[in-house]
Design a binder for this molecule. Structure first.
Ligand code: ATP
Length: 224
């Protein structure tokens, strides 16, 4: 991780990325602008918690993210979760970042999540500890509202207490606030892409061409 000299927050973007698509890329790019992030650190999960095993292995998903973010100076890749065979949990991941030399305890960290992922946060391992480690920025996603009344009670309570409508305040403290941000609505999901690929249909314009070529070269997501 490169040391920061700007004082701006570091974005942290975890996901299964099975496979990575333009919804992920626009989320990270628009978060960088809206939240004035110094950069966004992409962290593909090794074995994701709380969902079925990914269709494609961790090293292959990491390769696809590497291809997708290549050439974007605001993006960087963190392979650490893929390198361990263990289940990836967000709080230990953030603890690892905090313990690393370049991040340390004081740098503002902003965990990026889509509205669907945020709505499930109260089921995450040690989820309340998360706000001691990072801010959370929630992106709008078609089909998912970000309102307290639609969240489970414990998360709704945390959302009301920690919500902050000024992203500039994220740089004032290392952790603890929740912001939301609008992104270009893209009704794209990895599930939809896997379905198209399994039927031999086109996924062009849903994800980067280099990633599509890589998928075809390696015959990922075919039916068998
Ligand atoms: P799947 O369909 O397999 O569940 P996914 O497309 O939701 O996958 P993930 O890797 O699970 O992709 O998502 C990583 C993060 O990106 C999550 O926080 C998720 O909410 C967010 N995200 C994914 N796609 C979009 C999108 N189209 N718009 C906004 N957020 C998104």
């Amino acid at each position: 991780m490169k040391p920061d000299t700007t004082g701006r927050p570091l974005g942290v973007f975890g996901g299964t990325f099975d496979p990575v698509h333009f919804g992920h890329l626009r989320l990270a790019e628009e978060a960088a602008d809206a939240l004035q992030l110094e950069r966004v650190r992409w962290i593909p999960a090794g074995q994701p918690a709380l969902r079925d095993a990914p269709r494609v292995g961790p090293a292959q998903r990491l390769d696809m993210v590497r291809l997708a973010i290549a050439g974007n100076p605001r993006f960087e890749l963190d392979p650490a979760e893929v390198d361990t065979a263990q289940t990836s949990f967000t709080v230990p991941t953030l603890e690892r970042l905090r313990q690393s030399g370049a991040c340390g305890p004081d740098r503002p960290l902003v965990l990026l999540a889509g509205a669907d992922a945020f709505a499930g946060m109260a089921g995450w391992h040690r989820w309340e500890t998360l706000f001691e480690l990072a801010h959370v920025a929630v992106a709008h996603r078609p089909g998912y509202a970000i309102e307290a009344k639609y969240l489970p009670p414990a998360l709704a309570d945390v959302f009301r207490r920690r919500f902050c409508d000024n992203p500039r305040l994220l740089r004032d403290t290392p952790a603890g606030r929740i912001v939301t941000f609008a992104m270009t609505p893209l009704d794209i999901s990895a599930t939809k892409i896997r379905t198209l690929l399994s039927k031999g249909l086109s996924v062009r314009y849903l994800m980067p061409d280099d990633v599509i070529a890589h998928i075809h070269d390696h015959r990922f997501y075919t039916e068998n």
